[in-house]
Design a protein around this ligand. Structure first.
Ligand code: 1HE
Length: 258
């Protein structure tokens, strides 16, 4: 199977659906899969504004392809992690927000991949875990940074030490996912959210994706300065002016009660 078939990409209007497609191996993430994700992102046309990241088969992903570690030396291990980081960085800090649709096992490197998305939708079948401890290894796909930011390092510590998994409801409660939907309903929800995101001004989406994580790591005075500068740039775009004028002229939708 060629690398491009390990991961598929379908573009419909402003949304590209990138799908892990190695169900026989439970979408275990080989380097071939990681680079196939990267190639699909790099090839997206300008017309795509949002990515939906999904998976074929019964599980989102069983994490790192354990057959790849084999006789890997320490130095090779560092470069292996770095290869993942480059691609995961392009997902989280690229041009387009990513909506992840999660089901079945979302474990190890699969959870690290999901943590790169900006919006996470879990079907009820989803369960989340970091079995690295049981395998004798540690996180290597950025999870110690990203997953701890999502659910807190104390929960991640307990999850890793005890091998506990979280079901979709618990994942929703602790902020690991944003939406929990019945099995089979995930794609409709992911596409609905992706359409909403695609309806925003691209500059606003860019500011949200890139600035909020930066400000979260800045001291308050720096964060407020960053916010004021990015806010000023964003509001000065012609598209922002047109959108605000549309609202004031009663041509734009009002905020809806949920
Ligand atoms: C794999 C992998 C894998 C399955 N690497 N081949 N991840 C883990 O420790 C999770 C390991 N996987 C599992 O616990 C289970 O496979 C599942 C709970 C996800 C699914 O169970 P099940 O019964 O549906 O499938 P299965 O029979 O266990 O697996 C089907 C095949 O996929 C089988 O291969 P086959 O040739 O015998 O058919 C498995 O060997 C293969 N397979 N998972 C390689 N992970 C950047 S650092 C990140 C560090 C980590 O991610 S550590 C966590 C690794």
């Amino acid at each position: 199977m060629s690398n491009s078939e390990l991961v598929t990409c379908i573009i419909e209007g402003p949304i590209a659906t990138i799908t892990l497609n190695r169900p026989a191996k439970r979408n275990a993430l080989s380097l071939g899969m990681i680079s196939a994700i990267d190639r699909h992102i790099a090839a997206l046309p300008e017309s795509v504004h949002v990515i939906v990241l999904a998976a074929n088969g019964e599980h989102f992903s069983a994490g790192l392809d354990l057959s790849e570690l084999g006789e890997m030396s320490a130095a090779e291990g560092v470069f292996h992690s770095r290869a993942w980081y480059e691609v995961f960085d392009r997902l989280q800090f690229g041009r387009r927000p990513v909506v992840a649709l999660l089901h079945g096992a979302v474990v190890g490197g699969g959870l690290e991949l999901a943590a790169c998305a900006h919006v996470r939708v879990a079907e009820h079948s989803a369960y989340f875990g970091l079995p690295e401890g049981q395998r004798g290894i540690f996180l290597g796909g950025g999870g110690s940074v990203r997953i701890t930011k999502l659910m807190g390092f104390s929960r991640v510590t307990e999850m890793m030490l005890t091998g506990r998994t979280y079901n979709a409801e618990l994942a929703l409660q602790v902020g690991l996912v944003h939406h929990c939907v019945p099995d089979g309903g995930g794609m409709a929800k992911a596409l609905e959210l992706a359409q909403r995101i695609a309806g925003n001004a691209p500059m606003s989406n860019f500011a949200i994706m890139h600035t909020l994580p930066l400000i979260a790591e800045q001291p308050m005075s720096h964060g407020l300065m960053t916010e004021s500068l990015v806010g000023a740039i964003t509001q000065s775009a012609p598209e922002a002016k047109a959108r605000m004028a549309d609202f004031l002229a009663k041509r734009a939708a009002k905020v809806e009660r949920s």
